[in-house]
Every structure is written in C-alpha cells, then in structure tokens.
Design a protein around this ligand. Structure first.
Ligand code: B1M
Length: 211
C-alpha cells in the first residue's frame, strides 16, 4: 500500500498520532505537501463522508477522523505556507451561524496565511453581525464565509445584508464557499466571489485585497 493510501486508511480509523507520523514520513520522502493533503488526508475524509451518509459510520467516528485530519494538516502547514512574506491584505473568516464544521474553514485559513494574508479567525457558529463588526474593527478588506449545511448556507445572505445595513458593502468584499455552495448561489445572494476549494480561495482573496 502506498504511504498516501495508508494515511487515508488511518485517518478513516481516527488514528491521529499515526496519521501525523505518516504525514511527516511522506514529507521526509519528498512527497509534495499538496499531494499529501489532497490524496492522503482529503481522500480519507471524503471516504468517511460517504460512509457517514450511508450510515456505515457515525458521529464519533467522523469526529475522530476530523481530529486526525486536523493533526495531519498541522504537520503540513509550514510546507504549504510560503513563510516570511509581507502581508498582502487582511480578511476575517468563519463558519456561519448554526454550523460547526470547521475543517474546510481551517484549510482556507492555512492557505490564505500561506499566501501572505492576515486572517482573523472567527471560528464557527458566527452571527452575520459578528463578521461585520470584526471587519470594521480590524479593517478587513474581505469577509469570508464557510458553510457545510444546506440549511446554514442561507445565513450567507444575511451576512451580505448585515454589511449593507452597516453601510460597508462598498468597502468590503464578501467571499463564500463550502461543499453545498455554488457560483449561482453566490450571485443570487449578492456576494462577490465563490471558490470551490481552499487554494483558489486564497488566490481570489489576494486579488480582492489588491482591488
Ligand atoms: Co457533518 N454533515 N454534520 N459533521 N459532515 C456533512 C457536511 C454532510 C454532507 C454529511 C452527509 O450527510 N453526507 C451533511 C450535510 C447534509 C446537508 O446539509 N445537505 C452533514 C450533517 C447532516 C451533519 C449534522 C446535521 C449531523 C447530525 O448531527 N445529525 C451535524 C451538524 C452539526 C452542525 O454543524 N450544527 C454534523 C456534524 C458533523 C461533525 C461534528 C461530526 C463533523 C464536523 C467536525 C468538524 O468540522 N470539526 C462532521 C463532518 C466531519 C462532516 C463530513 C463527513 C466532512 C466535512 C469535512 O470536513 N470535509 C461531511 C461529509 C462530506 O463533506 N463528505 C459532513 C473536508 C473539508 C476539507 O471539506 O469543508 O467542504 P469542506 O471544505 C472544502 C471546500 O468546501 C472549500 O475548501 C475546502 C477544501 O479545499 N471551502 C471553501 C470550505 N469553506 C470555504 C470557504 C471559501 C472557499 C472555499 O471561501 C470563503
């Protein structure tokens, strides 16, 4: 079995320490960090997601896999980031109100920091007004919202409205993403940008900060 398959298998079993060790071994073998992320960690996470959907595994299994995912990506962090670069802008980022999924949001943060952006992490379950309050206080150029549930993605509309009500809509860009979110949805709610993954979110945020 290849080391990337092994990482995926161990992640599915929630063996966080072994995942961490194997990620380190893969780096030492010279395997690219993005490949380890996409094929090892995210590969395993997507299999767990399918099993969760089919009731083959349950919440505790998913939580253990999520912990392994987070610990594995911590090892990758310095390898994904271009260190020591000047700030290219400032954004605030959070998972919307009612939603506790944070793995994708954490990856977006990691990629954005890697591109030289300052990221104010608001965590999960973030109220629309909180994004706006922090964007004003911290002088953020972009508000970034993540959602994983079809029910909570609707909160993104309220974030756009909250920015309009606070009179900052022309000064701050709003980016949206997460598994159920689409380009059409982004347009429909009046947000500025949607990206399908964390790496392109970081590229687009850098561009938006330039503007
Ligand atoms: Co939940 N969950 N979950 N879950 N969970 C999903 C999302 C689900 C699809 C599973 C399923 O049924 N197949 C389903 C949603 C169904 C729907 O809405 N249509 C679901 C459900 C139903 C639930 C609960 C309601 C289950 C329950 O309690 N009955 C509950 C809700 C809790 C809540 O939030 N209020 C729940 C709970 C949980 C756990 C706590 C057990 C755990 C979360 C742990 C954690 O995050 N710390 C969990 C997990 C792990 C999942 C799955 C298995 C994996 C999600 C994940 O982390 N993926 C998920 C199934 C799946 O996705 N296959 C599922 C990996 C992550 C890297 O991907 O977040 O999509 P993702 O991020 C991607 C892109 O989307 C993008 O970048 C990342 C990759 O590059 N991206 C952005 C993300 N944010 C972005 C922002 C951007 C741009 C790109 O710009 C700002």
């Amino acid at each position: 079995m290849s080391i990337l398959n092994e990482i995926s298998e161990l992640l599915q079993k929630g063996r966080a320490k072994q995942v961490q060790q194997l990620v380190q071994n893969a780096i030492d073998e010279g395997i690219e960090a993005t490949l380890i992320l996409n094929e090892g960690l995210l590969g395993g996470m997507s299999i767990i997601g399918e099993k969760f959907k089919n009731n083959e595994v349950f919440v505790p299994d998913v939580l253990m896999a999520a912990r392994a995912m987070n610990m594995g990506s911590q090892i990758l962090k310095p390898h994904l980031a271009e260190e020591g670069i000047q700030s290219k802008g400032k954004v605030c980022l959070g998972t919307v109100h009612g939603d506790l999924h944070d793995i994708g949001k954490n990856l977006v943060k990691m990629m954005m920091e890697g591109k030289g952006l300052e990221v104010v992490d608001l965590g999960t379950d973030v109220l629309p007004e909180k994004y706006v309050e922090v964007a004003i206080k911290e002088n953020c150029q972009v508000i970034c919202c993540s959602a994983l549930l079809t029910t909570t993605m609707e909160v993104m509309k309220d974030v756009v409205k909250a920015a309009e009500n606070a009179g900052i809509r022309d000064k701050v860009k709003i980016m949206v993403g997460g598994a159920p979110v689409t380009e059409d949805f982004c347009r429909e709610i009046g947000a500025d940008a949607y990206t399908v993954d964390a790496a392109s979110a970081a590229d687009v945020a850098v561009e938006l900060c330039k503007g």
